[in-house]
Design a protein. Sequence first.
Length: 235
Amino acid sequence: MPTHVAIIMDGNGRWAAQRGLPRFEGHRRGVEAIRRAVRSAGDLGIRYLTVYSFSAENWRRPAQEVSDLMGLLKRFVRHDLADLHANNIRVRVIGEREGLASDIRLLLDEAEQLTRLNTGLTLVIAFNYGGRQEIARAMRELAREAKEGTLDPDTIDAAMIESRLDTHGIPDPDLVIRTSGEQRVSNFLTWQTAYSEFVFIPDFWPDFDDATFRAAIDEYFKRERRFGGLSARAV
Ligand code: IPE
Ligand code: IPE
Ligand code: MG
């Protein structure tokens, strides 16, 4: 089993448009698909599930849609946190917290605090997340320490940079799934996906279910990961 599966949940708007429904309805149904994905990940024995919920660039959408997405996150945490906790799920949130409304920040803090000692699935919520912004934040921190004289720039290596990313302590994704047929990364886990396998699924996110999840895992099993080395057959 992949230890860490990360999902770019795309296609809510198109799912709704196909049915003549407002985009909000697609997002609302998308939250139900997250619940299914969490359940499937637990059943499959996956240890880390990351869901891309709101990108650093999603602020470019109309104010009403941004506000709908913020509202859905709040509702999700308020409504599901007790359940997640009861299921021994640990919640981690990655992304820029500054710039988020204080009620959302409090809810995200509460979710992390309440579940921090849980030992089951780790659900990583990427919210107001951008891979480049995350790396820039880590660089600022290192530069600050170098300037203060507590860090020797010559000691900076990949492991040190990793330790300053929002994902510190979380293994890199083995598998990244993107729904909706788009085949791009959209600023998701830029650093962490250096050697991830990508599976692109034509279905829109609200239709994602256990069968889709298992099909993506089956596809992952067909891949041969080499990490720059040689295939097992060649050595
Ligand atoms: C994914 O669905 C949800 C977010 C990006 C927040 P979209 O809203 O991107 O749906 P499409 O891509 O327009 O269909
Ligand atoms: C990526 O989807 C962000 C999330 C799933 C939260 P987008 O729909 O925002 O990506 P682009 O704009 O099509 O690349
Ligand atoms: Mg999209």
